[in-house]
Design a protein. Structure first.
Length: 501
């Protein structure tokens, strides 16, 4: 029952990271907002979640896991209802801020509770269950969001969280025993302030950079300078403060497996979420797929992920973790290689199968990576360790999405210029009367049609360039697997039923 409640809370939170994306045009009309203004519905959630995620460790120390979990679920559920009832842009942005603040702790807390209620030999399976919620939620979000928006109303994208949140809250309240926490837990105000300021500025820069043409904008420069100054102060303060009094316990960074796990989860977040962000826009904007069809052909990737996680959960402890990770990265690279063969003439199966294969590879990576990252971490440091782990994954996804969108825009312009140089009326294609009539450059309609065809081809080339970039990135990080030490078999560090009522 604890696992079921945790999964409901995890899926609810991760689903909301992408479910609202497809509903933005509908919100824009209802709330009378411009495209730039409605984007704050996504930005507010991302920034608030990034700032609040590092708080998880201290909150658990101070108030105990159960009460933090209950407060997070109830706050997230109420904020979701407020989002659905919003009648102005200011109301929904404020409600999304609350969603991000309360939802930030759900994923890291779910991970640490699952590790504590399972003995060491079953923690691989527990991480598989947790990973399903973390990875499948963002994949299914656009599909479910599109269906709810088309069939009912964009408000149901948020209202759907209410019954799920109520069930998750009851399960946590009924089946988890409260732990007392430490009333004297010290809060590092300066450390939190500088870290949150730096994270907020970084997330704003990444989320709005492409829209602001990056460093051509004063806003981007302000965000970049703020992030650098805040990060510098935070690092200096953390180094000079005793570990037990610092907001970030830097002893975490002395654990080789944990640091290597942070590096790999950063890459996984970058590659997975960037691909998930690219594919729907390619299908809808370039190939003309309806939203519902886009959801149907991208959703099967979640099936591959779930299948791989079930397999990975069962073989952990029987097969070297590094071998499973290697296979996962190679399978992911193979799927990305298949995507580099995309063209404007694609069948639906050409989209489905690479997505399933990539989902399978990511699932093989995610479970053993989580197990290896926390295998040598003491139970007392798990709450802060899981919050930092989730934060790094989210930053990786934000950087990945910003990077591929920037490369897409710039490579489209470069490819367009290159193609235009090669389009001449002396081409043999103009010997066909139908082609010559349709693309008559002497008429405005013909010139526009020709430019549209060239732009479409240039955009496809840019998408392929992005897939090549992510393929090389995946292969580049694979040799670093040698840095991971497989966990040794040993006694259970904590009584697995200690948290169960």
């Amino acid at each position: 029952m604890i696992t079921l409640s945790i999964m409901l809370a995890t899926i609810m939170q991760t689903l909301d990271s992408t479910i609202a994306n497809v509903a933005l045009p509908h919100m824009q009309g209802t709330l009378s907002a411009s495209q730039d203004q409605i984007a704050w519905v996504l930005t507010a959630y991302i920034v608030a979640s990034a700032i609040a995620t590092p708080l998880t460790g201290w909150l658990c120390d101070r108030f105990g896991q159960k009460y933090v979990f209950l407060a997070s679920i109830s706050g997230f559920t109420v904020a979701s209802a407020l989002c659905g009832m919003s009648n102005s842009l200011a109301q929904i942005v404020l409600a999304r801020l609350l969603q991000g603040v309360f939802g930030a702790a759900l994923v890291p807390l779910a991970q640490v509770v699952l590790m504590e209620i399972n003995p060491r030999e079953k923690q691989g399976s527990a991480m598989a269950v947790w990973g399903m919620g973390v990875m499948v939620g963002p994949i299914l979000g656009p599909t479910l969001g599109g269906w709810l928006t088309d069939s009912y109303n964009w408000r149901w994208v948020f209202f759907i969280n209410v019954p799920i949140g109520v069930l998750a809250f009851y399960g946590m309240w009924r089946y988890i025993r409260p732990d007392p926490g430490r009333k004297n837990a010290r809060f590092d105000v300066f450390g939190f302030a500088t870290l949150s300021l730096g994270l907020g500025a970084l997330q704003l820069l990444l989320d709005r950079g492409q829209q602001n043409d990056w460093f051509s904008s004063t806003e981007t420069w302000i965000e970049a300078v703020t992030a650098v100054i805040a990060a510098t102060y935070f690092v200096a303060h953390t180094v000079m403060t005793p570990a037990k009094e610092s907001f970030l316990d830097y002893r975490l960074l002395k654990n080789q497996n944990y640091v290597t796990g942070l590096l790999f989860i950063f890459i996984v977040g970058l590659v997975l979420y960037a691909t998930r962000a690219l594919t729907p826009t390619m299908l809808e904007n370039l190939l003309g797929y309806p939203v519902a069809t886009t959801g149907l052909v991208t959703a099967p990737a979640g099936i591959g992920t779930m299948l791989a996680m079930l397999i990975a959960g069962r073989i952990i402890g029987k097969v070297d973790l590094r071998l499973t990770l290697l296979v996962g990265f190679l399978v992911t690279a193979f799927a990305l290689w298949q995507m580099t063969g995309y063209s404007l003439d694609l069948a639906e199966s050409d989209i489905v199968w690479p997505g399933v294969i990539q989902g399978f590879g990511t699932g093989l990576v995610f479970v053993p990576l989580s197990a290896a990252t926390f295998a040598t971490l003491s139970p007392q440091m798990r709450a802060q360790g899981t919050s930092l782990y989730s934060l790094v994954r989210n930053i990786g996804s934000s950087i990945g999405i910003s990077l591929v969108q920037t490369l897409l825009t710039r490579n489209t312009v470069i490819a367009h210029a290159s193609l235009v140089e090669r389009v001449t009326t002396g081409s043999s294609a103009w010997n066909n009367p139908a082609v010559a009539a349709a693309f008559d450059v002497r008429s405005p309609a013909g010139a526009a049609l020709l430019d549209g065809a060239v732009t479409q081809q240039a955009a496809m080339i840019a998408y392929i360039d992005d897939f090549w970039f992510m393929l090389f990135l995946t292969l580049l990080v694979t040799p670093l697997l040698v840095l991971i030490r497989p966990p040794r078999r040993g006694p259970i560090l904590q009584e697995p039923q200690a948290i169960v009522d």
